[in-house]
Unconditional design. Structure first.
Length: 272
């Protein structure tokens, strides 16, 4: 699986309170509630806030810094999540990029979309009219792409606090200082360090997630990968349980258009 495909399964780093129709902008510091006293307290609040979640969407800015070359690239787009009321919920997830900014700062339109549903992750390349379909679990099995320990990028989305603590050591994060995130105000974050022997420990050294204190919506993510690459995500114009428009529903589709080149890769057991 490509690094971008792995990233796109985990950009969504948490859930906002489910009763709001549209989350307002990130809180000004003077309006934000008091920060939580501990990482455990924040995890418990995040778990409570996920009840009743139906849909989530936001504008996304993704920034990647190569540890070796120090080259930086940036993409912008939209992220969409929809889930039903089952326990555990069945989720559909998509991210659609529309612009690419290279290391020199030159921006160009670039349409690329990743969508997950029913155990399949599909990568759509509009320019080449090509789709890569990856089955992530065997037929008849289910997978939550954002569940800790199941999805390729383990970030807590609707997770029980106990599950997070089992797989990570969690501490409160300092204010974000990355150029993309340092303007955030009224936020509080977690530092998640994978425990030895977990799937997350194979890919990540550390993940930091910041939430808007007023809505508990995720607004910033910073992941330091094995090898040193740094991936930063900014979520803007977050909307929770506001309903999905036709563009959002189109983004969630995993059907490959007629006439496209299809590279279909069914699930195979991991070799020893």
């Amino acid at each position: 699986m490509t690094a971008m495909a792995v990233l796109c399964l985990g950009l969504l780093a948490g859930c906002a309170a489910a009763q709001v129709e549209a989350s307002p902008p990130v809180s000004e510091a003077k309006d934000a509630p008091s920060p939580h006293a501990s990482a455990d307290a924040l995890l418990e609040s995040l778990e409570r806030a996920t009840k009743g979640l139906r849909d989530f969407q936001a504008q996304v800015v993704y920034d990647r810094l190569d540890a070796i070359t120090e080259d930086r690239e940036r993409r912008t787009g939209r992220i969409v999540l929809e889930q039903d009321g089952a326990d555990p919920p069945q989720r559909r997830f998509a991210i659609a990029f529309d612009r690419f900014i290279d290391a020199a700062g030159h921006a160009s339109p670039q349409s690329q979309r990743f969508a997950f549903a029913s155990g399949w992750l599909v990568e759509f390349d509009d320019a080449r009219r090509q789709a890569i379909e990856r089955q992530l679990v065997p037929e008849g099995k289910s997978l939550d792409p954002l569940r800790l320990g199941e999805g390729p990028l383990p970030l807590p989305v609707g997770q029980r606090a106990e599950d997070v603590r089992r797989r990570f050591t969690a501490t409160l994060a300092p204010p974000p200082d990355a150029p993309l995130l340092k303007a955030l105000q009224g936020v509080q974050g977690l530092v998640l360090v994978p425990r030895a022997g977990t799937s997350a420990s194979e890919d990540f050294d550390e993940v930091r997630i910041w939430y808007d204190l007023r809505t508990l919506a995720p607004v910033g993510v910073q992941a330091r990968m094995k090898g040193g690459d740094l991936k930063t995500v900014l979520l803007r114009e977050v909307r929770v349980n506001a309903g999905l428009d036709s563009a959002a529903r189109d983004a969630l589709r995993i059907e490959v258009p007629e006439g496209w080149i299809r590279d279909r890769r069914p699930w195979r057991p991991t070799q020893p």
